[in-house]
Design a protein around this ligand. Structure first.
Ligand SMILES: [Zn+2]
Length: 99
């Protein structure tokens, strides 16, 4: 299960145990069950993460059709997933203030 950290109090927020969730302008918001603070993903991190996910999908498709050999596709998919996971855990969430 994906664990996210609340940027306001450092409380670990489990997606299933989150106080509440909502979407604002297409951005996924999560409310901390501990301090009631809303937070969302860092925008730049979201862009990089989507880039990683796109690489992952591209690599998977390439691997499926064996484009560029047996290695290239899966390798691109692996790099893409590493980028996506790394940004998810390395970049802290942002406190939402625009209520
Ligand atoms: Zn909190």
């Amino acid at each position: 299960m994906k664990m996210l950290q609340c940027p306001a109090c450092g409380h670990k927020v489990n997606l299933k145990q989150a106080g509440a969730t909502k979407k604002v302008n297409g951005i996924f918001m999560l409310q901390c069950a501990n301090c009631q603070q809303w937070s969302h993903e860092n925008r730049n991190a979201a862009v990089v993460k989507n880039l990683g996910l796109m690489l992952m999908i591209t690599g998977s498709v390439m691997g499926y059709f064996q484009l560029g050999g047996i290695i290239t596709g899966p390798l691109i998919a692996l790099i893409g997933s590493l980028i996506a996971v790394a940004t998810l855990f390395a970049v802290p969430r942002v406190v939402y203030t625009g209520i």
